[in-house]
Write a protein of this length. Sequence first.
Length: 411
Amino acid sequence: MAGASQLPPRSPALPYGRQWIDEDDIAAVVDVLRSDWLTTGPRVAEFEGALAAATGAREAVAVSSGTAALHLTMLALRIRPGDEVIVPTLTFAASANCVVYCGGTPVFADVDAETLLIDPADVARRITSRTRAIVAVDFAGQPCDYAALRALADHHGLALVADACHSLGAAERGRPTGSLADLTCFSLHPVKNITTGEGGAITTDDELLARRLRSLRNHGVTSDRREREETGAWFYELVELGFNYRLTDFQCALGQSQLRKLPAWIERRQELARLYDTAFAGRPGIGRLAVRPDISHAYHLYVVRVAERDRVYGALRDVGIGANVHYIPVHLHPYYRDRFGTGEGLCPVAEAAYAEILSLPLFPQMEDEDAAFVVEALNAAVAGGALLVAGAALPAAATGATVLAVRAEAA
Ligand SMILES: *Cc1c(COP(=O)(O)O)cnc(C)c1O
């Protein structure tokens, strides 16, 4: 359709992701607040048991954030100065920072052009005698090619770690995220698939590693307060240098309550993704990411690729659509350039993608009409619409109600 399409801005603005807290979540937290144990109590093990069951892992260890999960994972694997860990560059910086916390060197791998997941062929090229582990990031909520990564890890004697901060609730060939790697890290931040406010977890089938993780999240001591209370003993020893990365009981109660809703929420995310998929299929100027075979995608993010991304981003923002960019490739951040000498040309596929990627709003409480609004606005913006800000000359006091119009000029 040629001509102008008028879109009154969304109010309140539509964010790219948002938590969903119901009365039963609140009641679960309040119950714990009235109990004897605010932290290191019974709810921690209960949540860990529920998470292990949901992910098909033998053990789950609850911690204070996804970043803490990644940090403790590197410590449990004894990453130290001189060690290299291969990390995809198209991720949140914490996936690489955890290696640096331990004095190790993150080695950035490029991503597959179709899926934007870590490219096993590029990983193979970057393995050296110093490589100790691979961190695979389930970008946007899609499990990586773990069969290929497992073959590489086994051949070179490396640990395989999943940064599954996007993919809680996803599966490959019916096997849930959390049981696809040696150790899997989750985040429970409000934008993620379920939340405890701040929070995270590690899953593994290795009971010794789980034990070590539980000690490391509690300063590196041999027993926690509840264990001592139960046995009536005062004695504990510091056996290695750990941290206070504990998750409280009221957060674990929230986590348990949220986890029950995860399957329905993933279904809703998949439904909304299908709406986007259908709307953008064959649409010139809007590229979609490929989905690997036999994947149940968690759709933490719905990412499209567009030319003039910053202009399109601005056009969406102007009509109250909180699109976002995931991510600036980690090797392009000033810290990594300065400290590790990384820069342009290191990961060309990710760098090219970075110029075009845009994450559209996607969260379970979104209505179909919200998605339709995003589709309309994106189509208009991509069609080359110059942004008309009608009323730009209004007095400052009136700008909150400024009427915006996106004019789509037929290409
Ligand atoms: C959110 C996220 C993290 C960090 O999790 P926090 O809970 O915010 O510390 C790490 N890696 C990825 C890929 C993430 O999306």
